[in-house]
Design a protein around this ligand. Sequence first.
Ligand SMILES: [Zn+2]
Length: 129
Amino acid sequence: MHFPELEPYKTKNPRLSELINSLDSYLYDLLSISQQQDIAPVLFAKKAGIDEPTALVLLMFAEDAGIILRKYYVYCPVTDDYIDSYSSPEDLPKEVYCPQDRKMHSYHEYLVELTFQFSAKALPIVSNI
Ligand SMILES: [Zn+2]
């Protein structure tokens, strides 16, 4: 295991043990590339050959362990351009200004994508590479 913080989750969820190993390798590979890598649930799901809800459960173990943090990316509903990011659903604004359209998009219009990023806690591993 590259992330010993994930070990207790294997003990608690023996059925997911193999998948937690996959998550461990996946996160390590991404972190080896860059600490700035986005960790998209859909991409991990593809890599591990599992469905997205399961991938999300596994990523939430890593979040709970403090290795990764969630990010909500907000995109323009018209052009798909990135507008802003937030760290919790409560922070998502009622309206967001879109520089592309030069107008406001409401909560019901703009697109939200949940993704994860490495926390500062995951940093020391990088310096060992
Ligand atoms: Zn827009």
